[in-house]
Every structure is written in structure tokens, then in C-alpha cells.
Design a protein around this ligand. Structure first.
Ligand code: SF4
Length: 291
């Protein structure tokens, strides 16, 4: 546990968290929506600082990033927690941490320098903050990213794009590439399936593009939820019109998981139809995945 950044006092011992767009108002001895930031006696703490729950070496294409340092491997890590509650979360055991505080507490703390050393020792030219949502372990990610920069390593985020402006300002100078999920083009779906909102994600994607960081977008296509030609065209047009037609769009097949284990997987034909839609909207880099 370490003191958190990105918050302000809200009076009566309450804290307003400014790390992501939930902007939680956290009362004394309560945790935020993500469950990994806690108000303790009016101070605010990151419960998952350095609590690395997954570390492995991946091909960079697995992030997925297809047009940033292709053919290289990336040192990938996650700390516990997430600020979304995706009903189909593929990493629920490490991301959805309600009632898992004892597991987090018992996870040894990894110092940022150890992550950088591990990346160098394994000849990885980059570090990826991935698997869970790096926003909720931002203090640890930023500390590691600063050391990685000194060691001439690249920094990559795989994110749901829900970070707030204060974090984005600190992140941009250290970030080299990011893949952001654009899960739906429908605010109701964001609320229903993830407990979040669409507009902050769209705004952040545009800001990231304007910052000059390498940006790729991913949409997990779920049958009967976001696979209609209308919604896929809306996503493809947003990418093409607002980010540029050469912005990579990864279209991934859904597999049943977590609270949606009774759903059907996405047929390959749906992914190929989505690729045609993306191309018909002018996108030049549409990448099918997970099939
Ligand atoms: S990171 Fe987001 S979800 Fe977590 S406490 Fe802060 S505002 Fe709430």
C-alpha cells in the first residue's frame, strides 16, 4: 500500500478520486469503484502498488499492436484490479477483485526497478502494462515507465481508455504506444456491460491521437450485442474520420467468459464481415483476431 496521487479532499474526511472518469466520492474507510483505492482516515491509498499478479513475455502482436515494433517481444505485467466491470471479462480472476483484498495484501510488492531489470534481462525492448487496467495501478506504472525511459525501453499501455485528464497529462511524456478498447458505440451498452460511459472513451482516444503517441484500437465483437452493421460502421467511421484512415482497428472474436459464459462465441464469418465494413469505411489497417 502506498499513498495515492490524483485525488482531492471533498470535506468531511471524504476523498474525490481524479484518476478515472468514475470520479468516485470515497468516504472514510471505503474503497472506490475499482476496489483498489481506499480512504483511510482521510488519506487516500493505492492498495495495489507493486502488487504484480501477472508477468510474462509476449509477442507485441498479442497486445494487440500490429504496427509498432512488429516482430519484437514485450515484457508484460499487470497489478490487481480494474475500473470497469465487464460482464465478459477475460481476466476476471485478476481484474475483478471484489472480496479479494486478502489475496492482494499477500501478493509481494515488486519494485519498479525489478520490472525494468527483468525486461532488460529478457531482451525485451518494451514494457507493456496490460491484462488488467493500468489506470488503477497508475502510480506504479508511472514510476516504472520513468525508469524504463532511462533504460531506453519503450512503454506500452493496453487500456479501456477511461483515464482522467490529470493522469493523461502525466502519462503522455512517458508513453510510446497504446491500444485502446472501443467496446461499443452505444452508451447504454457501456453502462450495461461494463459499468462505464462511452463519451470519455471517445474523448480520450482523440486526445491520445493528437498527442502523437502510436495508437491502435480494438473492438471485441460480441454476437447480438455490438455486431450489427450499423454499430460497426459507427465505430469504423469514428476511427476513419476522427483518427485517420490509417489507424489500425483490431476486430476480435468474443469467447464466453465470466458472467457471459452462456453466450455463443463470435463466428469467424462475423469477423470477416466486420473487416469488410471497416474497409468500406476507408480503413486501411483492419486486423482480424482471436479466430
Ligand atoms: S480509479 Fe476510478 S474507479 Fe478507482 S477510485 Fe478512482 S475514480 Fe473510482
Amino acid at each position: 500500500m502506498k499513498p495515492a496521487r490524483f485525488y482531492k479532499s471533498a470535506g468531511q474526511s471524504r476523498i474525490r478520486c481524479c484518476l478515472c472518469h468514475h470520479n468516485c466520492l470515497v468516504g472514510p474507510n471505503q474503497v472506490g469503484f475499482c476496489q483498489v483505492r481506499k480512504n483511510i482516515d482521510g488519506g487516500f491509498y493505492s492498495l495495489n502498488y507493486g502488487k504484480v499478479i501477472a508477468q510474462q513475455i509476449d509477442p507485441i502482436e498479442k497486445k494487440p499492436l500490429s504496427f509498432f515494433m512488429p516482430g519484437t517481444k514485450t515484457y508484460s505485467l499487470a497489478c490487481w484490479g480494474c475500473n470497469f466491470r465487464c460482464r465478459y471479462c477475460q481476466n476476471a480472476t485478476i481484474a475483478q477483485v471484489r472480496s479479494r483484498q486478502a489475496l492482494i495484501d499477500n501478493t509481494p510488492e515488486t519494485p519498479p526497478a525489478a520490472v525494468v531489470q527483468a525486461a532488460l534481462a529478457n531482451d525485451c525492448p518494451s514494457i507493456s502494462y496490460t491484462y488488467t487496467e493500468p489506470t488503477v495501478f497508475a502510480e506504479f506504472a508511472l514510476a516504472t515507465m520513468a525508469l524504463a525511459k532511462q533504460a531506453k525501453l519503450k512503454n506500452i499501455w493496453v487500456s479501456n481508455g477511461y483515464l482522467a485528464a490529470d493522469l493523461l497529462i502525466k502519462l503522455e511524456p512517458l508513453l510510446d504506444a497504446i491500444n485502446v478498447d472501443l467496446k461499443f458505440f452505444n452508451d447504454n451498452s457501456y453502462q450495461k456491460f461494463c459499468g462505464a460511459r462511452l463519451q470519455p472513451v471517445l474523448d480520450n482516444i482523440i486526445k491520445l491521437k493528437q498527442s502523437g503517441v502510436h495508437l491502435e484500437i480494438t473492438t471485441l465483437i460480441i454476437p447480438n450485442i455490438n455486431d450489427s452493421p450499423t454499430e460497426l460502421k459507427q465505430i469504423a467511421h469514428f476511427i476513419s474520420d476522427r483518427l485517420g484512415s490509417n489507424t489500425p482497428w483490431h476486430i476480435s472474436a468474443f469467447y464466453p467468459a465470466h458472467l457471459m459464459s452462456d453466450f455463443k462465441p463470435t463466428p469467424a464469418a462475423t469477423i470477416f464481415a466486420a473487416r469488410e465494413i471497416g474497409q468500406s469505411c476507408g480503413l486501411t489497417k483492419v486486423v482480424p483476431g482471436n479466430i
